[in-house]
Design a binder for this molecule. Structure first.
Ligand code: ARG
Length: 467
């Protein structure tokens, strides 16, 4: 049997109710156990709103002082952990407002003039996400710096570049690092862009239709550092595009981290042995004493599922929702909070791990010496001698088959042997068959030649204020 409270009167919305809320309903509808995270934003929003009400004759100066002081006190108590949250008051907004009213009386009861929880929660969420954008942008700068530092440290060292996980063409290790610098750079731009769209205040849209009271939305927006106010009250009450966009950006970041993690996992295997992760960032096995496992990258890779899941939750939540606010929207916060926590922690620890990462350059260099890795260079050589590329491809393919049969590399063949495949091949061919020569021939914009990579490093260092 569900037990009933005697009346709804202790609720801020209890007036029209004759029966109390079932405790099962209170438990089911409460969000305070997670939305308490928004407390400082809720209080900042309420203070700005109260100041506007006072400026427009809806609160006396004395009432404003009572409200602002009361809210500050509540904020301190929440920060200290001494504030008692009441689940029967549903959410952070009503926990704060009800406590304020209990403490300061009628002034507190005037605070909610000209707003609704619908625009209030949208405001709090936007203020919170604006801060999260800034923090994630900082973390992205940090990880980008780590790639630039690795690139600088290993400038001149080579490794095989892969397609289909097969050795393809030799590249600079720094070039590989700067690929991630670019990927996380796009993530940064996406966050900056997302923040711009977040930064319009919904407050004053009230329940959905706007307010009949003489409120000044622009004043509140300005006080809270918004770029302006949203244009349509109905849109503002039900808009969660910004949360989806933010979580989609988080998903992209986690995908990038996951791809990097995957590389670190196999690079650190005995089969590859390209990198050594420092002991600080590895764990052992409870049964196999010799094991040193790359758990950090594995966990980051695994946590992609959580972030993708959060994005799916939000998309599914909004699909098919009629305008404007619907209670479904209360389900928007947990996935966003989880995405924030996961991406922030993953970026932080990956940045620490990279700072301690060492590349086994000898081993990587050896890996560039096999697999006829300069075959494309030989084809390009033929093209420069006026052989059509498709013919050149066939010629080199036959030379590679010859090497496979002889169990040697293209560079091990004599000029005479090479010339069997095409008469235009002369002894200068050995310049392009060397791994160094191959790398440094790739001078096209964005290529892996040493001077291109050096330029890219310099520009990255400037961009990040490292020089
Ligand atoms: N806790 C609610 C949420 O997060 C606040 C808004 C409630 N609005 C309402 N009309 N019930 O969405």
């Amino acid at each position: 049997m569900t037990d009933m409270k005697k009346s709804g009167s202790e609720k801020l919305w209890g007036g029209r109710f004759t029966e109390g809320t079932a405790s099962s309903v209170e438990a089911f509808t409460a969000s305070i156990h997670y939305d308490s995270r928004l407390y400082s934003y809720d209080i900042a929003g309420s203070k700005a709103h109260a100041a506007m009400l006072a400026d427009n004759g809806m609160l006396t100066r004395k009432e404003l002082t009572l409200i602002v002081d009361g809210l500050s006190q509540i904020e301190q108590e929440i920060a200290r952990g001494t504030f008692v949250f009441r689940p029967e008051l549903e959410d952070i907004h009503m926990n704060i407002e009800k406590t304020l009213i209990e403490r300061i009386g009628p002034a507190g009861a005037r605070l909610h003039s000209g707003r609704s929880r619908n625009d209030q929660v949208a405001l709090d969420f936007k203020l919170y996400l604006r801060d999260q954008c800034d923090q994630i942008i900082d973390l992205l700068d940090g990880i980008r710096r780590a790639f630039v530092e690795l690139g600088r440290k290993y400038l001149g060292n080579l490794m095989p570049g892969y397609t289909h996980m097969q050795r393809a063409q030799p590249v600079q290790i720094a070039h590989h690092m700067l690929a991630y610098y670019e990927m996380f750079g796009r993530d940064c731009e996406r966050m900056i862009d997302c923040r711009k769209r977040i930064n319009y205040s919904p407050l004053g849209s009230a329940a959905l239709a706007g307010s009949g009271l003489p409120i000044d939305r622009e004043q509140v927006a300005q006080a809270l550092d918004f770029d302006g106010v949203t244009a349509n009250s109905m849109d503002s009450a039900g808009d969660r595009d910004f949360a989806i966009e933010f979580t989609s950006n988080c998903t992209m970041i986690q995908l990038h981290l996951s791809r990097l993690s995957e590389e670190l996992v196999y690079w650190s295997s005995q089969e590859f042995d390209f990198v050594t992760l420092s002991d600080k960032f590895c764990t052992g096995s409870s049964i196999m004493p010799q094991k040193k496992n790359p758990d950090i990258p594995e966990l980051i890779r695994g946590k992609s599922g959580r972030v993708v899941g959060s994005l799916m939750t939000l998309i599914t939540l909004v699909k098919g929702l009629p305008l404007t606010y619907n209670r479904d929207l209360q389900e928007d916060k947990e996935p966003v909070f989880d995405a924030v926590d996961t991406v922030s922690a993953s970026l932080t620890i990956m940045t620490e791990l990279l700072a301690d990462l060492s590349f086994n350059t000898k081993r990587m260099d050896e890996a560039t010496q096999t697999g006829c890795i300069t075959a494309t260079d030989l084809a390009d050589y033929l093209v420069l001698q006026n052989v059509p590329f498709r013919d050149a491809h066939g010629i080199v393919g036959r030379a590679v088959a010859y090497c496979l049969n002889k169990q040697c590399e293209l560079g091990d063949l004599s000029v005479q042997e090479l010339a069997q495949f095409s008469p235009v091949i002369t002894k200068d061919v050995f310049e392009v068959l060397s791994v160094e020569g191959s790398v440094n021939s790739r001078i096209s914009t964005g290529g892996t030649a040493i001077q291109r990579v050096e330029e890219a490093l310099l520009s990255a260092e400037k961009q990040l204020g490292m020089r």
